[in-house]
Design a protein around this ligand. Structure first.
Ligand SMILES: Cc1cc2nc3c(=O)[nH]c(=O)nc-3n(C[C@H](O)[C@H](O)[C@H](O)COP(=O)(O)OP(=O)(O)OC[C@H]3O[C@@H](n4cnc5c(N)ncnc54)[C@H](O)[C@@H]3O)c2cc1C
Length: 453
């Protein structure tokens, strides 16, 4: 099987990082009071199911929901090593960018472009459906995105971005001088693009609420259930720390952790990304930066930063070069001070008027990076064509939701615009030998720093 290696199926450390260790200083976890949430009992003993989903992030949860809608009679079991939302899904920057799955304009004909629009917006629309149909509370604010330029090169990138959005019939507004200052006040920003197609949200709330919803529709969710080995076959055997379960159909929803079970090991780089949360801003501080429309704010550097305002007016910020590749076994999803310092420094470079504002939380998470054009991939693999997957999700808040829908459609054997979208079974570029990845990472960082200065 192309993306699976049995010899890799016994990693040095099978346990995902920090599982069971809830000390991670993640602001989003505090907002859901994770320490006091009900975490489901692990799977113990031997079991059978129709469908097993491994991973309780957005990909696993959305797959569980969509599959249950299509196959209400099937016994579906979701296995999560820690608790649902414990991976990137509950730790991210809270950006929900609706345009990520549009693809390149290139030779794409208008009909395909229209279909891509529907698919790309599906993730955000699905979250809105979760809110309206299932009462999910996740502080979603559909405020759009504001991308800012620090120099002339960035302005050209903004213009290119605007004409790309236009080619899909999507509106956006280029802002300069006074118009920009009405949106955000920073002497570092010389232009901006207001792109209304996106939202901000609290990702841990969304993940914990989606767990509730999938249980309500009849999916069995096992948390604290670390999968230790997968033996693919007509009936797949899934070993866990305390038991095992067999199922003819399997969904691998592990994104950056999949290599630990032998999947995508030579394709996906697990990288650690970091976030900070300030103390809540007071009225004077808010006044000094503007940002009354509370868009998701990011810039045009290769190593860009991204910021949102939380419901209680904290700045939640990531990026700014705050990422690292350790090695495949030593993922860092706690705190790495060198990275969180660089994010903090970048915050006060953009907003010196906030100097002195306290940083109350710093945390990290693990996400996927790939070579080539970095497109995520969703599809089905295995000699028996019974292992579904969604992987390579680096900006996955909405895309993971869409991948759940695509996985369910593929499982049902449907042929529609979702199953024919370019991401389906998209080939993932070979990532080179693991031993060279550290060198590659340092080299890429050096080049990107040069480009950004
Ligand atoms: C710090 C950070 C900031 C980000 N910011 C944004 C953003 O603002 N917007 C955006 O769109 N995207 C962002 N991303 C990316 C986004 O969060 C991911 O693309 C998305 O959450 C991936 O979801 P997933 O369900 O595929 O994977 P995950 O959420 O990582 O879920 C995988 C799950 O599998 C579990 N697991 C791992 N190994 C095992 C095992 N052996 N057995 C059982 N369970 C296991 C893990 O505990 C985890 O819960 C960010 C990511 C990070 C880390």
């Amino acid at each position: 099987m192309k993306y699976f290696s049995k010899s890799n199926n016994r990693s040095r450390n099978l346990r995902p990082p920090d599982l069971y260790e809830y000390y991670v200083d993640n602001y989003w976890f505090k907002t859901v009071d994770l320490d006091n949430q009900k975490i489901n009992q692990p799977l113990r003993g031997s079991h059978k199911a129709d469908i097993v989903i491994v991973g309780g992030g957005f990909t696993g949860l959305s797959s569980a929901y969509h599959i249950k809608q299509k196959f209400p009679e099937k016994h579906i079991v979701l296995l999560e090593g820690a608790c649902c939302g414990y991976g990137a899904s509950g730790r991210n920057g809270g950006f929900c960018i609706a345009t990520d799955l549009l693809g390149e304009t290139g030779n794409v004909n208008p009909e395909v472009r229209q279909k891509n629009l529907e698919i790309s917006f599906y993730g955000l629309n699905f979250i809105k459906r979760m809110i309206s149909e299932h009462g999910v509370e996740c502080d979603l604010e559909e405020n759009g995105m504001l991308e800012v330029a620090f120099n002339e090169k960035h302005i050209r990138k903004l213009e290119e971005f605007q004409s790309w959005l236009n080619s899909f019939g999507l509106d956006s507004t280029l802002l300069q001088s006074e118009e920009l200052r009405n949106e955000i006040r920073s002497s570092r920003f010389i232009a901006g693009l207001n792109n209304p197609h996106g939202a901000i949200l609290n990702p841990a709330k969304l993940a914990r609420e989606m767990k509730r919803v999938v249980e309500e529709v009849g999916v069995e969710v096992r948390e604290r259930t670390v999968v230790t080995r997968i033996t693919p076959g007509k009936t797949n055997l899934i070993d866990t720390e305390l038991g095992d379960i067999r199922a003819p159909i399997l969904v691998i929803a592990l994104n950056a952790y999949a290599h630990k079970l032998g999947f995508f090991k030579d394709r996906v780089f697990p990288i650690s990304v970091f976030q900070i949360a300030t103390e809540p801003l007071n009225e004077t501080q808010l006044e000094s930066i503007g940002w009354g429309n509370r868009q998701g704010l990011s810039d045009m550097r290769t190593m860009f930063s991204y910021l949102i305002l939380s419901r209680d007016s904290r700045i939640i910020m990531g990026g700014a070069g705050g990422f690292g590749y350790y090695d495949n076994d030593a993922l860092c999803s706690g705190n790495d001070k060198s990275f969180t310092h660089s994010i903090t420094k970048d915050l006060f470079t953009s907003f010196p008027q906030l100097e002195g504002l306290g940083i109350e939380h710093t945390w990290g998470g693990t996400t996927a990076y790939m070579l080539g054009d970095r497109s995520p991939s969703v599809g089905v693999m295995g000699d028996q064509k019974n292992i579904y997957y969604g992987v390579g999700l680096s900006e996955g808040v909405p895309t993971t939701q869409t991948f759940g829908r695509i996985i369910a459609d593929l499982m049902a054997g449907e042929s529609n615009e979702f199953t024919e979208h370019y991401v389906v079974n998209y080939p993932i570029a070979y990532a080179g030998p693991t031993s060279l990845r550290g060198v590659f990472g340092r080299g890429a960082r050096w080049i990107w720093e040069k480009q950004d200065n």
